[in-house]
Design a protein around this ligand. Structure first.
Ligand code: MOS
Length: 743
């Protein structure tokens, strides 16, 4: 039996997904299920003066219309609504009172015998508002933006601001070559394929089973207990499958509150599914204005940098990450200074979206580096290799591993970078201009405390369980691989249970921290199982392992065997039968405490080719090569899919994606996938993914770093830099649409 870790294994849940056997939150049924449709605010700020539901209630089949006036009791303090990832401020309380804080805010829930009736009745709910002036334009608020404060939530504090070093102003003033640029990333929305939904079963006696679309079942479970004062034993939250989250399901979404409100009001089961449009009233990637100044010596030695960011949040919570931190970390540069301000808008609170802060902060940094290379008349790859740093420049620590140099070399070679003519507009293909650009990517290798349970039966089947989610990244599959290898069993003998709040503890699945965390927890639990099997095998009559020590044995091919002589072995089944045990169950908490002497990061190099139609300005991304260094790759197939998906998303970020707001009404104008453009097949051409070998026995025992986020980081910058190389036109505002090229 070959080891499974490091190989290309198809998703163990693939069959269930393509046959429809895998059920999603909106697919669970109960005989008496009622259906809720959300009514949302048409104004961005103010109060509900009057809400008229009588017309809706007269429709046959309508069961109830819940508003802030007739809803069941909810918590009256902020702490009741604080989830695991709540930033500082007052969390949003759905249907709490008459206050309107953003357009698209839920203000009523119509519950009916079926969805059609509920939707029809929802259109009959009449609302009178008292309107207040609102602001939704970050450029109007930039002067009112205030410096970020240190967050009090310890999870939030993971993203600590970098310390300034040296004297950036002085060094800039005396630098031989300088570049200053302002970069803009608009609000973007996650748009996962699955709509947000909650199906809540009334189990009688106030007990609830909640099927919810979430990246963290235990986060939602604790949150519901806080909001409704429910005993933790009375609410179970399940999310066995998820059709994409990308950060939008890290915090509990309002539809789960509305569904539980309705269930408690009616004492019957209720499902609430948001429409695509309503999902634009959830979180989003905050718009950000970034200003970067770089100063270098004539030979390209980076001497100074400043990075200022203004990012967007709501009026009621301070959500932010560290856009500027990545600039401080990545390159050797003696003088650096940072500033980060928050602009408050009358929108819902912004939130994490795939590779929060790095996708955007590194976009600005890597475009600025390209512009500096142009000013220096230096190859952009040579500039980066020249200020390459083997130490984390923020904390002055070495990395547990950093194979970024290999990423640069491998990707450049695969791309054919040495054939690039540095002159903009110098490369052609027919009537298209050809541009080649490159960029760096960096992300954290985070780990969180997590618990895994292994339950091994004497028939050689093992169940692995943990409350984590599989947001679509392949968690079921990698958990299966790790357990199979460490128990010495074939894949088909392993079953994985996750996405259930009653299972062993897990944080939300985000930040690319689950793969490393859960795999090491499984490894620790498997070691406990192995010790127990060893104890049983050793004491069996005529045991071949009588004189072995616990450290001398491995589990392999369904047996417990001596490392020195695999012929000295006993099958797992025999060991358990001899010991008269039919189940071994072990639970272990992996409490990641990475060595403080080192920084732990993943890296990436991206090379992109664009072709730009000279007459029309149409941009096509014809080639992307990405090399990733992310420690040990557990599954080359699912990992490849993650990076390829990220490259596609990077194309969207560079060329297509932008949430547009009509500032007169404070309302999102393109709240659907027709108006909010994402790449389609015709936009996606050749994408090559390379994994660079990166052994790392410091980051954790299995050497895993996680790679959900790293893929997208440098992609938009590489494309933007390629567009400049093709056209000679520098567009710093994303997305790079053809109207901007023509200006
Ligand atoms: Mo992560 S921000 O949940 O993609």
């Amino acid at each position: 039996m070959a080891p499974y870790i490091g190989t290309s294994i198809s998703r163990v849940d693939g069959h269930a997904k393509v046959t429809g056997a895998a059920k999603y939150a909106a697919e669970y049924n109960a005989p008496d299920l009622a259906y809720g449709i959300v009514v949302t605010s048409a104004i961005a700020k103010g109060r509900i003066r009057h809400i008229e539901t009588s017309e809706a209630l007269r429709i046959s089949g309508v069961i109830d219309v819940l508003t802030h006036q007739n809803r069941p009791e909810m918590a009256s303090t902020d702490s009741g609504y604080k989830d695991e990832l709540a930033p500082d401020g007052s969390p949003f309380r759905p249907l709490y009172d008459d206050k309107i804080m953003f357009s698209g805010q839920p203000i009523a829930l119509v519950v009916a015998e079926n969805t059609d009736i509920a939707r029809s009745a929802a259109s009959l709910v009449r609302v009178d508002y008292d309107r207040n002036p609102h602001v939704t334009d970050v450029y109007r608020q930039r002067d009112a933006a205030t410096p970020v404060k240190s967050p009090s939530n310890p999870l939030e504090a993971l993203f600590t601001p970098p310390k300034p070093r040296g004297s950036a102003e002085q060094a800039l003033a005396s630098a031989a070559v300088r570049h200053t640029g302002e970069y803009y990333v608009p609000i973007e929305h996650h748009n996962p394929m699955e709509l947000y939904a909650s199906t809540v079963f009334w189990d009688g006696d106030g007990k609830l089973t909640v099927y919810d679309k979430t990246q963290g079942v235990q986060n939602v479970q604790r949150y519901l207990c806080g909001v409704f004062g429910i005993d933790p034993g009375d609410v179970r939250v399940m999310s066995p499958y998820m059709g994409g989250g990308f950060g939008s399901g890290l915090r509990p979404q309002y539809q789960v509150v509305l569904a539980v409100l309705a269930v408690r009001a009616l004492e019957r089961s209720v499902r609430v599914v948001l429409t695509r449009q309503q999902m634009y009233g959830l979180g989003y990637r905050p718009a950000m204005i970034q200003r970067i100044e770089l100063g270098a010596a004539a030979d390209g030695t980076l001497e100074a940098m400043t990075h200022e960011a203004i990012t967007v949040t709501s009026q009621y919570e301070d959500f932010y990450r560290q856009e500027t931190g990545w600039s401080g970390l990545l390159y050797k540069c003696a003088n650096a200074k940072y500033a980060h301000k928050l602009a408050r808008l009358d929108l819902a609170t912004s939130c994490d979206m795939r590779c929060p802060s790095a996708a955007t902060g590194v976009y600005a940094l890597e475009c600025a580096m390209d512009e500096l290379a142009v000013a220096l008349k230096l190859d952009p790859l040579k500039l980066r290799l020249g200020c390459y740093s083997d130490r984390d420049q923020n904390s002055e620590r070495p990395y547990s591993s950093k194979s970024l140099r290999d990423c640069y070399h491998r990707a450049a070679e695969a791309f054919g970078w040495h054939q690039r003519n540095p002159q903009p507009r110098s490369m052609h293909d027919g009537n298209e201009l050809v541009g080649w650009g490159m960029a760096t990517g960096v992300w954290d290798a985070l780990q969180m405390p997590i618990t895994a349970r292994i339950s091994l039966s004497s028939n050689g089947h093992a169940e692995v369980s943990c409350a984590t989610s599989d947001i679509g990244t392949g968690t079921y599959t990698i958990m299966t691989q790790v357990a199979a290898d460490l128990l010495g069993l074939p894949l088909e003998n392993i079953s994985v249970k996750l996405g259930d709040s009653t299972l062993p503890q897990s944080p939300v699945e985000g930040g690319s921290w689950i793969a490393a965390s859960v795999a090491n927890a499984i490894a620790e639990a498997c070691a406990e199982v192995r010790n127990e099997l060893f104890r049983l095998a050793k004491s069996a009559p005529g045991s071949p392992l009588t004189d072995a020590m616990p450290g001398d044995v491995v589990l392999v091919d369904g047996k417990i065997a001596s490392k020195r002589d695999v012929n000295r072995a006993m099958t797992i089944t025999d060991a358990m039968r001899q010991g008269m045990v039919d189940r071994i169950e072990r639970e272990r908490t992996y409490n990641a405490q990475p060595d403080e002497k080192y920084s732990h990061n993943t890296h990436q190099a991206v090379f992109a080719e664009v072709m730009v139609d000279e007459q029309l300005g149409v941009i096509r991304v014809t080639r992307i090569v990405i090399a990733v260094a992310a420690g040990r790759i557990i599954n080359t197939k699912t990992a490849h899919s993650q990076i390829m998906g990220a490259a596609v998303w990077g194309i969207g970020m560079a060329l297509h994606e932008e949430t547009l707001i009509d500032h007169t009404f404070g309302r999102i104008m393109n709240a659907d996938i027709a108006g909010y453009h994402v790449p389609v097949n015709a936009d996606v051409h050749d994408i090559q993914v390379i994994f660079v070998d990166e052994p790392d026995d410091i980051v954790n025992p299995l050497g895993i770093k996680g790679l959900g986020e790293i893929g997208i980081v440098g992609v938009a910058a590489a494309i933007a830099n390629a567009v400049y190389h093709a056209t000679g036109k520098r567009v710093r505002d994303l997305p790079i649409t053809l109207d901007k090229l023509g200006r």
